[in-house]
Design a protein around this ligand. Structure first.
Ligand code: PLP
Length: 390
């Protein structure tokens, strides 16, 4: 049985060209980019040309891009860095209820350390209302952090509108673009963001590397103190192979993204329509418009997401109940609860996230297998049976 991987939002396999680009930087061009000899200079050249590539991809200047160990670090760097550098001006941060834990837990930490955080609600499809952002701003607000797109339900947030509001109010604006970099067009100036987080392993690059864009002039404290790498903002010897891998992943995205958006949108819509038609009492979580091209999130009444996921796994299909970080937890997804879903519907959720190697045959196989799994589980569910009058 050929296994189907349809959990690309959790992580993507590294592209063969990415691995190929990285390999020489483990053994041949292995120098420390801070060394002044030829081996070091070669490594430094690789880091700096990667910086130009990745920065250019999001409409930034290379000196505005700082490499990190991933998306979580980039979010921490942005939020803590701006909070501590601007605390004389104010202590208020605005974010929203459906952010990734990398943002929510960072905000919680800051709340325990003297900052105040407003967690804005979202509508039934997961959208933040830009007017609500505007109304939440006080003279003490120093930072707004709203994600570009949600990792569980795929909602794309109105970042450019919020960017204009933040700019007019003179408040820094950070966006977690971990799920959109390489998947949607990004221009930091069009979006009006001052900080933007990305992670290589979500766009066919390696794990353990990411980047934070910081607009020139942003007041921010360094994230790691030490040898002064990354212009003193993030000390530690750079992960040269990882950085080269991120740049290669960006190069591939630049080439293939537009066509890939079309292809994935077609497959996504086929999967959504097929599930809603073939299985009664199902609902789509998140919107149809303003949705990531690769995200399908559904709630199936009377069955648990975990059970569906395990049965799919037995059938060779790797999907997820929500974010990789919260699956395995007994709490229903904070994202689905923020949409106003009952605990039952939140527990009955399933996420399929499509990617570069997802085929129409795979979608057809899921549409064949899933209704059978749901039928089997519902037959064992006393609540479903009593509803059917059996
Ligand atoms: N932000 C979002 C929206 C994510 O989906 C993820 C990963 O799942 C992260 C942040 C964390 O990124 P990383 O795994 O690179 O730390």
């Amino acid at each position: 049985m050929k296994r189907i991987y349809i959990d690309y939002a959790a992580t993507t396999p590294a592209h063969a060209d990415v691995v190929k680009a990285m390999l020489p930087y483990f053994t041949e061009t292995f120098g420390n980019p801070s060394s002044i000899h030829a081996c070091g200079l070669e490594a430094k050249e690789a880091v700096e040309s990667s910086r130009i590539e990745v920065a250019g991809f999001i409409g930034a200047r290379s000196e505005e891009l700082f490499f990190t160990s991933g998306g979580t670090e980039a979010d921490n760097f942005a939020i803590k860095g701006v909070a501590y550098a601007n605390q004389k001006k104010g202590n208020h941060i605005i974010t929203c209820a459906i952010e990734h834990h990398a943002v929510l837990e960072t905000c919680k930490f800051l709340e325990e350390n003297g900052f105040e955080v407003t967690y804005l609600p979202v509508d039934g499809e997961g959208r933040v209302d830009p007017d609500a952002v505007k109304q939440a701003i006080t003279p003490k607000t120093i930072l707004i952090s709203i994600m570009h797109a949600n990792n569980e339900i795929g909602t794309v947030e109105p970042i450019a509108e919020i960017g204009k509001i933040a700019r007019a109010a003179g408040v820094y604006f950070h966006t977690d673009a971990v799920q959109t970099t390489g998947h949607l067009r990004i221009d930091v100036n069009e979006l009006g963001v001052d900080l933007l987080a990305m992670s290589a392993h979500k766009l066919y690059g390696p794990k353990g590397v990411g980047a934070l864009y910081i607009r020139r002039g942003t007041k921010i404290t360094p994230f790691m103190h030490g040898g002064g790498q990354e212009s003193g903002m993030r000390s530690s010897t750079q992960n040269v192979p990882g950085i080269v891998g991120l740049a290669e992943a960006v190069r591939i995205a630049r080439r293939e993204m537009v066509e890939e958006i079309q292809r994935l949108t077609f497959l996504r819509d086929k999967l959504i329509k097929g599930i809603l038609q073939r299985i009664e009492d199902t609902r789509l979580n998140g919107p149809l418009a303003f949705r990531l091209p690769n995200n399908v999130n559904i709630s199936v009444s009377y069955v648990e997401g975990e059970s569906m996921c395990l049965n799919l796994d037995l059938a060779g299909i790797c999907a997820s109940t929500g974010s990789a970080c919260s699956s395995g937890s007994l709490e229903p997804s904070h994202v689905l609860r923020a949409l106003g879903l009952s605990a039952d519907l939140a527990y009955g959720s399933l996420r399929f996230s499509l990617g570069k190697w997802t085929t129409e045959e795979e979608i057809d196989r899921i549409l064949d297998v899933l209704p059978k799994i749901v039928g089997k589980l519902r037959a064992m569910s006393p609540i479903y049976r009593s509803r059917q009058g059996r």
